[in-house]
Design a protein around this ligand. Structure first.
Ligand code: HAM
Length: 418
């Protein structure tokens, strides 16, 4: 028997209420903040992601789904959304539009990870990106969208972690200091961190291993090494977040697992959750990425949130989501002539805007009414041989169990009123 591949899920009808609720709230907040939808291909040139996310990252080193197609092109199923949006920005000359260009997406994302609760090989992200502006007010806008989105979903008890990891000017000196600090404690580091120290020392700060956490806590802080421009940017952002009443914690261990970030980085997670897969949303600035991909120097910032993790948290917090809508009418029939009349009636009712389910097969009336009940339809129309002869139907109120006979020609009018 085939099963869904490891780390992937079917989203069954009973789960869809959560998904449509989240997607409606996402579209609504984007309309409010004036972000426009963009859809990019499910796969891209592998090089796009290697270049953007960085060769030393977990994603590029071990998580990408890369294949060679029949013409020998190397393609990768997108392991995140930002690189594709930047590629599209450059490809379609969006720098000629009024800046910043505000975009959002909702897309399947693929990473070969070790599956567990909240971590999958295929997951879905809702993300927003604002491209073409350096003003820290835009950082505040993106963080505000993320926060208000969670508030609108009804999620409580979230913590916003914030940091600045500097830019090309100030980061090299910070990285040297960090390497020097960790070199003194090499034997205490986990094997992964020992390996990463030379090439990607920032990642040591967010190692979740018990032996590495105290070292990271004591490590030099990026915010103490910011250049004037990055320090001003961070100060202003903190001021703007305070103006927006957004509670945040400056967390100097927050660095993110993708290499393109500059200056602002942030993550939002349920309070008290320490594991990496608890984070529900994250983002930051990536002021060099568009230039790296062949565009003009273009500052940008964005954020993405995992929809599966939102569903998990909505369930954990027992948030009710709207129930699926039941059909208005169920049509039962007895005999072939009645069935043909029923098929015509269903079509008429649907064209008048009513959602209708037609019984199938040759079941008894009792079985058909049981089925009507299970669909949640408020009204049932019953057509039998006698009704056909008289040009009538029986209309049954499913809640009250009351029945009345009406003219076939009146059904659309009567049901449209009820
Ligand atoms: P990310 O932190 O890798 O960032 O992913 C964003 C969110 O996607 C995470 O906070 C989490 O909710 C969800 N997520 C990530 N991996 C998985 C997984 N394996 N299973 C389930 N959910 C997952 C990015 O991807 C950046 N592109 C975000 C960004 C946008 N930065 C700037 N703009």
């Amino acid at each position: 028997m085939y099963r869904a591949p490891r780390g992937t899920s079917d989203i069954l009808p009973r789960e869809q209420g959560y998904w449509s609720y989240i997607r409606q709230k996402a579209a609504a907040i984007c309309e409010l903040y004036s972000y426009q939808r963009i859809d990019t291909p499910t796969f891209e040139d592998a090089g796009l992601f290697v270049r953007s996310i960085g060769e030393e990252t977990d994603i590029v080193e071990k998580e990408m789904y890369t294949l060679e197609d029949r013409s020998g092109d190397k393609l990768t199923l997108r392991p995140e959304g930002t690189a594709s949006v930047c590629r599209a920005y450059v490809e379609h000359g969006m720098h000629t539009l009024p800046q910043p260009v505000r975009l959002y997406y909702d897309a399947a994302i693929f990473r070969y990870e070790r599956p567990q609760a909240g971590r999958y090989r295929e997951h879905h992200q809702f993300g927003v990106e604002a491209l073409g502006e350096i003003d820290p007010a835009l950082d505040a806008e993106i963080i505000d969208i993320a926060w208000q989105f969670y508030v609108n979903l009804g999620l409580d008890g979230l913590i916003l972690n914030l940091n600045s990891i500097g830019c090309n000017v100030c980061r090299p000196a910070y990285l040297d200091t960090l390497r020097g600090y960790y070199a003194q404690h090499l034997s205490m580091l986990c094997p992964d961190c020992q390996r990463r120290l030379a090439r990607n020392p920032l990642r040591l700060l967010d190692c979740k291993k018990a032996s590495c956490i105290p070292l990271a806590d004591q490590a030099p802080r990026s915010t103490d090494y910011l250049c004037g421009e990055c320090a001003d940017h961070f100060d202003q952002l903190e001021r703007y977040l305070a103006l927006l009443n957004l509670p945040f914690i400056v967390n100097h261990r927050l660095v993110r697992g993708l290499d393109y970030y500059t200056k602002t980085v942030f993550e939002i997670a349920p309070e008290g959750e320490v594991v990496a897969q608890a984070t529900i949303g994250a983002g930051g600035r990536y002021d060099n990425l568009i230039e790296q991909l062949g565009g003009k120097p273009t500052p940008a910032i964005g954020f993405a949130t995992g929809i599966e993790r939102l569903v998990l948290n909505l369930k954990k917090q027992k948030r009710a989501v709207p129930e699926p809508v039941s059909p208005s009418v169920f049509i039962a029939y007895l005999g072939q002539d009645a069935k043909e009349e029923a098929i015509k009636l269903v079509s008429l009712l649907r064209r008048s805007g009513l959602s209708v389910i037609l019984a199938c097969g040759d079941r008894s009336l009792k079985a058909q009414l049981k089925q009507a009940n299970s669909t949640g339809a408020r009204q049932a129309v019953i057509i039998g041989e006698d009704e056909i002869k008289r040009g009538t139907v029986v209309l049954r109120d499913m809640d009250k169990g009351e029945q009345q006979t009406i003219q076939l020609g009146e059904v659309v009018k009567v049901l449209s009123r009820s």
